[in-house]
Design a protein around this ligand. Sequence first.
Ligand code: PLP
Length: 374
Amino acid sequence: MRPLAELVPQHVLGFDAYTPSKPDPLLMRQYGVSRLHRLNNNENALGPPESAKQVLAEFKPERAAIYPSGDSYDLRHALSAKFDKDPDRFLIGNGSCEVISSVIKAFCDKGDNIVTADKTFAVYEWVAAFSGFTSRLVPLAGYAFDPAAMLEAVDERTKIVFVCNPNNPTGTWWDNTAMEAFLAGLDGRCLVVLDEAYREFVDDPRFPDGMELMERHPNVAVFRTFSKMYGLAGLRVGYVCAAPDVTEFIRRTHIVYSVNSPGQKAALAALEDDREHILATRRMTAEAKNLLIRTFDCLGLEYVSGEGNFIMARMPVSDTLIYRLLMRRGVMVRTMSSFRFPNWIRVTLGARPVMEDFSAALGDVLARLPGAGA
Ligand SMILES: Cc1ncc(COP(=O)(O)O)c(C=O)c1O
């Protein structure tokens, strides 16, 4: 028999699959703890808005036998009403990750490339890599996306520039002026994806509104998600909004029926009842950030904090060692080596008691490191 590996393209053979974390019960047994605070995925500790919780509680199990709306019809119409845009300009995916994959499939051909930063959300780069396209990764400048260097990286084979605004994991962001200057410099040469996964955490008038930008710049596509602010990460709902022809192209490579019924219904309910929820989440996030900044200051640790529900800090030893030591104290953080930030960890900003547990655990871990306090 022919070795099956011979059938697999080189760009797939050379790609290392991502390994997600194990289920909580297994991890708790492995690390000998009776509870685990998950601070690794930037989830919302408040969960979804009340209206979404209610819709989920009322979901009839019999409905599970019925396929969902194949194109999330009601949810697209709710987004249309909220943003005052044609419903056909929205495309819903199984998380915005799925739509990232769809946009790359729609626009990239053999020999093409995408441009993004070297230290950002890795899915853009991964999808490009396992699909056989090059990623031109531009180094961050002072923890932020570098607009001038990104413009320089764009060539005639660049199809998409991915701008994570605010950036995961640094929280840095381009303001209106920087964004407009970048788009003017690019002059419509390729598609610009603004990944606004953390947009709802930002309360600064200088933050660019992608939904408005795309009306003046038809090469701008905005990606948003219900996983972060809306607390629906477990149901996997995200979307793209773009100019009608851009959405139309992406639709061709996008799997239909990929968004489940409870997810569609809960997202719709969350959207229509988000005001108080957003304010409460922003309050919790701001309080958590102050608490962790005080902790890092006390411990003499360098940190980077911007917008979004996360903060990064540099550890005096390897991030994987800190991860293991924190896990033994029931706290799970994100190691940042995979984001090309060796020795850094990223911590989700959440409820105060959990932030206090994290701070105590980190203080304890660092105090017990060999040489600490010597
Ligand atoms: C910047 C960014 N974009 C997209 C996503 C993916 O979101 P979703 O859960 O909608 O796939 C994440 C999740 O962590 C993210 O940080």
